[in-house]
Design a binder for this molecule. Structure first.
Ligand SMILES: Nc1ncnc2c1ncn2[C@@H]1O[C@H](COP(=O)(O)OP(=O)(O)OP(=O)(O)O)[C@@H](O)[C@H]1O
Ligand SMILES: [Mg+2]
Length: 357
């Protein structure tokens, strides 16, 4: 499966500048050569560059701009403007530009349809993974509600006294406000995960992103007799990416790890999620489990779409994870854990170092 919407890079900011410079160079070249020589045909390169970074409307605007420059070149170049060769060359140049624009726009609309389908698929798979964690999510929401009920009862008791203790009642009410804020934060996170939105780019603190997701999912793991350990290296540089998409990757890896460990009869069950920085500067996230692991010849197949060993699995989780990680310019791979289990590692480049998306 191919990547999700590729994130914008520094290169995409340089392209408009390169386009303008190239268009000016072509115009100068066109004005200096005889009108019969249609240097303006080179504007096609500008149109193709615009198709790399702009939506359909932008490409059309660039094409029209190039057509105007072609006509300016025609009118102001030295030579006989009314010669058949000059008119025919300009006409052919404009026709070629129109055809290239048409093909570029058709390609763009196919790419857009593909991206739309990928977003829909990723969303459906995220909802499936969240469905597997409803108990965990329910617990996270219920917990602050239960706590606020306890605090509300305490506040009533402090007020019901013959001499009401206003200080204690105030403190209990302050706890209720904290609990309500926590519940609403949890609900916001769930809503973010469940919502279908186009990928966006923002500077992300990977540790915070991991922490939020693990908080939502850990009670499901604990319910399955799994101990959850988080080891986050502080001071990691921010990464540029989509928070929900990266949480989806961790979510899928955690769900797989929990499912794998639930299959074994071993009493030692541990899920370990860690972050670190690679020597090249990328941020590295690892999800380790102590499940049955992957057969040595099974690593190649893991990330293939529809490869599953689970009766109710779709076999899409890992292939979607890999698409998301690659769209962020990183890599996702698996290895064996010691003494047993699997480790899934993925990297995300940072602004300061590592591979660029
Ligand atoms: N942590 C793990 N330990 C052992 N095997 C794993 C682990 N994670 C994934 N696998 C293997 O890789 C296969 C593919 O995983 P993937 O997440 O793509 O699909 P799935 O979990 O089977 O289905 P779903 O589409 O619901 O996620 C799994 O069926 C399982 O055999
Ligand atoms: Mg899965």
């Amino acid at each position: 499966m191919r990547t999700m919407v590729p994130l914008r890079t520094a290169a995409s900011k340089a392209i408009p500048v390169a386009m303008v410079l190239m268009a000016l160079a072509i115009l100068v070249g066109d004005l200096r050569t005889d009108v019969v020589v249609n240097v303006g045909v080179l504007y096609i390169a500008v149109v193709l560059m615009s198709a790399r970074i702009y939506m359909a409307r932008g490409v059309i605007v660039v094409t029209l701009g190039c057509a105007v420059l072609t006509l300016v070149g025609y009118l102001l170049s030295p030579g006989d403007q009314w010669s058949v060769a000059a008119i025919a060359n300009r006409f052919l140049g404009l026709a070629a530009m129109g055809s290239v624009t048409f093909l570029a726009l058709r390609d763009k609309s196919a790419q857009q349809a593909l991206r739309q389908a990928q977003t829909e698929l990723a969303h459906a798979s995220r909802l499936t993974a969240m469905g597997q964690l409803t108990a965990s999510i329910g617990h996270e929401v219920r917990q602050p509600i239960t706590s606020s009920i306890i605090n509300a009862r305490a506040a009533l008791r402090w007020l019901d006294r013959p001499t009401p203790d206003l200080e204690e009642a105030k403190e209990a009410l302050a706890h209720i406000v904290d609990d309500a804020n926590r519940a609403s934060e949890v609900l916001n996170r769930i809503r973010d995960l469940a919502r279908k939105a186009l990928p966006r780019q923002e500077l992300l603190d990977v540790n915070g992103t991991v922490r939020e997701l693990i908080e939502l999912t850990s009670s499901e793991a604990i319910k399955n007799g799994i101990s959850v350990k988080i080891e986050l290296v502080e001071g990691l540089p921010p990464v540029l990416g989509d928070r929900v998409q990266l949480q989806q990757v961790i979510l899928n890896l955690v769900v797989n790890a929990v499912e794998a460990m639930s299959e074994t009869s071993e009493s030692f069950r541990e899920l370990r999620v860690s972050t670190a920085q690679t020597p090249s500067g990328d941020v590295l996230v690892e999800v380790r489990d102590s499940g049955p692991g992957v057969r040595p010849d099974g690593f190649d197949q893991l990330f293939e779409a529809f490869h599953t060993t689970k009766p109710s699995g779709l076999g899409l989780g890992l292939s979607i994870c890999r698409s998301i990680v690659q769209a962020h310019g990183g890599q996702l791979w698996a290895s064996a854990n010691e003494p047993r289990g699997a480790i899934f590692h993925f990297t995300v480049p940072t602004q300061s170092g590592g591979a660029t998306p």
